[in-house]
Design a protein around this ligand. Structure first.
Ligand SMILES: [Zn+2]
Length: 360
């Protein structure tokens, strides 16, 4: 018997987290089966397919059970190079050129990845992409390009990319980095409940996984769990010192975003300074790693912070970075040029932060 479920969960995800054999997990697991400290509350307070995902509902047919339904494709990505290969058949072109970020499973049989796009959707996509090709004008409905996983693989459906991550985690369940990537995939797919489960798992295996603390903090805040959010955002500041997965400029932007978010949660600079981790919390860890202790003198009162612009928080953010340990430089400016942006992610964040500051 099949059960109708609006928000399906991959049984393999539950199997890996709970360490139970896959045969013990139902084919269509009910939501309470997914473990996690905040999963239930996030599911309750934050509707899935929230604001982080554009609403692009299209009709799909599940080829596993034959039932049709409307599913949110999220961001639709089209690979122009593959699209323009006109010697391929129409269907084959779309099979190769189309990708979407929305995460969904069949509401009837919980299978995923066996989808057929409707004729109307294909026609709609065709017109949109041709318009883009002929006029060069950006179309809101699709993004031209390619989206791939951290290890360079490309997949058509988010659920296929998920399966790829889960297979890796099945072999290596303690890999906090892959759990983090999986969390991002769920978040971009419009499933904050699954994202929280993955980020929590990531931190469980590596409490120093800074990006997972950051994302968890942001989701918890949106779900109205301010205290829990602040606690994870504080961990961002503590763990940044040893974190080496991000470019320095991206690390600084993430710390800056964290500080502004904490400033909002704590309602003011005085409370923020009280709340900030001090050197003694960061230092023992850093000494273990062999860093010279002079690099972690945190002196809040003597630094010049401006709250009217994103960059104004940089001096405080930089206190939490390991400035001298790995890359000694006499001139700090040479490591931190006055760059205006560092990738799409931070540009968007900065704009948001600037807008926020203006409102103040
Ligand atoms: Zn189905």
């Amino acid at each position: 018997m099949t059960t109708y479920r609006k928000d399906g969960i991959n049984p393999l995800l539950i199997s890996i987290i709970t360490k139970k054999d896959l045969s013990e997990i139902p084919q269509s697991p009910p939501p309470p089966m997914l473990p996690g400290v905040y999963v239930r509350q996030v599911r309750k307070n934050l509707s899935n397919t929230g604001e982080s995902v554009p609403e692009r509902k299209h009709e799909l047919t599940c080829t596993a059970c034959g039932k049709r339904g409307q599913y949110n494709l999220g961001t639709i990505v089209v690979d122009m190079e593959k699209f323009l290969k006109r010697n391929d058949s129409f269907d084959s072109v779309w099979n190769k050129a189309f990708q979407c970020t929305g995460y969904f499973r069949c509401r009837h049989c919980n299978s995923a990845g066996n989808w057929q796009l409707s004729k109307q959707t294909l026609l709609f996509l065709n017109i949109t992409v041709m318009t883009h090709a002929m006029t060069g004008m950006k179309q809101d409905e699709v993004v031209i390009g390619k989206t791939g996983t951290y290890d360079g693989k490309t997949f058509r459906w988010a659920s296929e990319a998920e399966e790829h991550h889960l297979r890796k985690l099945n072999e290596d369940p303690d890999n906090a980095w892959i759990w983090n990537r999986l969390g991002n995939l769920y978040l971009n797919g419009g499933r904050p409940d699954l994202a929280v489960a993955a980020f929590e798992e990531s931190i469980k295996h590596d409490p120093g996984q800074m990006e997972s603390h950051f994302s968890l903090g942001q989701i918890l805040l949106k779900a109205g769990l301010k205290e829990a959010a602040a606690s994870h955002l504080r961990r961002v500041l503590i763990t940044a010192y040893k974190y080496d997965r991000l470019k320095r400029s991206d690390l600084r932007d993430m710390l800056t975003e964290t500080l502004f978010t904490l400033l909002d949660i704590l309602e003011g600079m005085t409370n923020l300074v009280e709340f900030l981790p001090k050197a003694d919390e960061i230092l023992p860890d850093c000494l273990e790693s062999g860093a010279p202790d002079k690099t972690v003198t945190l002196n809040f009162r003597e630094i010049d912070i401006r709250l009217d612009k994103f960059e104004g928080m940089y001096p405080l953010a930089e206190l939490y970075m390991n400035l001298n340990y790995k890359k000694p430089a006499s001139d700090v400016k040479s490591i931190y040029p006055q760059q205006q942006n560092s990738g799409r992610f931070t540009q968007k964040k900065k704009k948001k932060a600037k807008k926020k500051r203006k409102k103040r």
